[in-house]
Structure formats: structure tokens, C-alpha cells
Design a protein around this ligand. Structure first.
Ligand code: AMP
Length: 270
């Protein structure tokens, strides 16, 4: 559920096999420039790259976090995924979270903060990461500041994906995913349909719609987001970390904009 950093043992300057493969991949991808930039950042970045993705549900935080994880070797830290796993496993946090999540409300700060703080206290704590869905409230942001401070970890940037409500409803209403824990592939009935209707391309498991992706619940989730987002954004704006980018359009275009932000925050001329 919580991947370890994939590129911890990179040589100090020479190319490792994984970075060389990433470079070769750059020439076969549609958006070669963004991928090349990923490669270039990855080669130059040392071990320091820590991002938070903000944005409404359905703005693409999860999709972008997965790409950043694959291409830059960052840990993808999704509190939504962790909580869904806790629900599946029937842990005490999962039992408390289940009905709250199904209603599109926020799980109490203390439960989520403890999940995150616990992972960062571990000996294999994430060093290079992208946070997807955390923090979601000002109280969580303050708690996360304390966790990072206690671990002597600085954030590189906080990227806010901006998307209007109508587009959120359109996107989430068509979202289906594979429920198999080792797969979790995601589809969209309009923009990324599976080859066989209702069946996962990867593992042939019947697809499901998340309980909280039904229209009424999406409206609740949006209301919750709008109630929290200004405080959160102002907090990171005050720290000079916030960058807002348009979340609509092609996945690779959004990815390229995130890479631009990272490059500019790192003062690199890529
Ligand atoms: P997500 O997959 O990020 O859309 O999260 C799904 C659901 O999990 C949310 O609607 C919340 O109920 C819960 N959740 C995830 N992350 C948090 C968080 N940081 N704080 C509170 N609830 C959360």
C-alpha cells in the first residue's frame, strides 16, 4: 500500500539503470519533453523532492501522484487509499471511517493525523514523497508541519490543481475502478473506457464505482472541499510554497505543468 522510495540507491552522478531506462522511455512517450524533464529532474534532484497536491476530488491528484511516483521515484502517499484499505481490513480506524467516507465527509483530523505521523515515525519513513489527499484541513496542515519539522524534512512545493465543480461532477460520475487490491486500475466511461465494458483491462476483474463517487455524495465532497480549501491554500501561500495550475485538459499537459513548478521551485533551468 505504501511503496518504498524506488530510487534510493542512485549513483551520485553517473546514470543508474533505472534513470537510463527513464531516458529511453522519454523518446517513446507522447509528451517526450515532460518525460525528459522528469528524467532530468530525477537525475539532478538528489534525494530532495517533497510535494503536496491540493485540489477538489476528481482534479487528478491521484493520477498525477501515480505518474510522479513512476517517473520520479517518489512515494505516493494517499490517505484515501490508506483509509479504504483500513475499511477493507476492518481495523479500528477503518470501522470509524467507513460511514463517514461513504457520506463524503472528512474523517476526523486526529485519526488521519495519527496515520500520517505514524508512517513518518517509522524507520523507513518517506524521504521523497507526493502527498495526495492530505492535508485536507488547516488543522491537518499544522499537524503535518510539526511532523515534518520533527523529522527535519522541508517541502519543495504545494501544487493546487484548479478545476470547476461542473467538471468535477462530470469526471467523478464516470469514474470506475478495479477493486482488486493488487491492481486498482482506474477508468473513465467517457475518457478512458475499458476495452471490455465493465471489466478491468489489466486483470479481468469486474469494475466497481466508488460508493462516494455517486452524484449526491460528490456534491457533499465538493462542499467539504470548498469549506476547507481557502484556509489550507492561504497557509501554504504564506509559506511561499503554493502554486496553482489548471487541472483541466490532458493528463500529460497537467503533468508537464507540475514538472515546471518543481523545476522553478528548484531553480533549475531544464
Ligand atoms: P480521496 O480518495 O482522497 O478522495 O479520499 C476519499 C475519502 O477518504 C474522503 O472523502 C474522506 O472521507 C477520506 N479522507 C481521505 N483523506 C482524508 C483526510 N486527509 N482527512 C479526512 N478525510 C480523508
Amino acid at each position: 500500500m505504501f511503496p518504498k522510495p524506488q530510487d534510493k540507491h542512485r549513483e551520485s552522478w553517473g546514470f543508474s539503470i533505472s534513470t537510463t531506462l527513464a531516458a529511453l522511455q522519454a523518446f517513446s512517450d507522447n509528451n517526450a519533453i515532460a518525460t525528459w524533464r522528469s528524467f532530468s529532474i530525477r537525475r539532478q534532484s538528489g534525494d530532495v523532492m517533497r510535494l503536496i497536491l491540493l485540489g477538489p476530488p476528481g482534479s487528478g491528484k491521484g493520477t498525477q501522484a501515480k505518474l510522479l511516483c513512476q517517473r520520479l521515484g517518489l512515494c505516493h502517499f494517499s490517505t484515501g487509499d490508506i483509509l479504504r484499505e483500513a475499511v477493507r481490513n476492518g481495523t479500528s480506524a477503518g470501522c470509524k471511517a467507513q460511514t463517514i467516507m461513504a457520506a463524503g465527509q472528512l474523517v476526523p483530523d486526529d485519526i488521519v493525523n495519527e496515520i500520517v505521523a505514524g508512517r513518518f515515525r517509522n524507520h523507513d519513513r518517506p524521504e521523497r514523497f507526493v502527498m495526495d489527499g492530505y492535508p485536507r484541513t488547516l488543522a491537518q496542515a499544522l499537524a503535518f508541519d510539526d511532523v515534518l519539522k520533527s523529522q527535519s524534512l522541508d517541502l519543495t512545493a504545494v501544487v493546487s490543481l484548479v478545476l470547476d465543480d461542473a467538471e468535477v461532477v462530470r469526471r467523478l460520475g464516470g469514474r470506475w475502478s478495479c477493486p482488486k487490491p493488487t491492481c486498482m486500475a482506474t477508468y473513465h466511461m467517457v475518457t478512458k473506457p475499458p476495452k471490455k465494458p465493465g471489466i478491468c483491462d489489466e486483470c479481468q476483474t469486474p469494475l466497481v464505482q466508488r460508493e462516494d463517487d455517486r452524484e449526491e455524495t460528490i456534491r457533499n465532497r465538493l462542499a467539504v472541499f470548498h469549506g476547507q480549501n481557502d484556509g489550507l491554500a492561504n497557509h501554504y501561500r504564506g509559506q511561499g510554497l503554493l502554486r496553482e495550475i489548471a487541472g483541466h485538459g490532458d493528463i500529460e499537459d497537467v503533468y508537464a505543468k507540475i514538472i515546471e513548478v518543481i523545476a522553478s521551485k528548484r531553480g533549475q533551468d531544464l
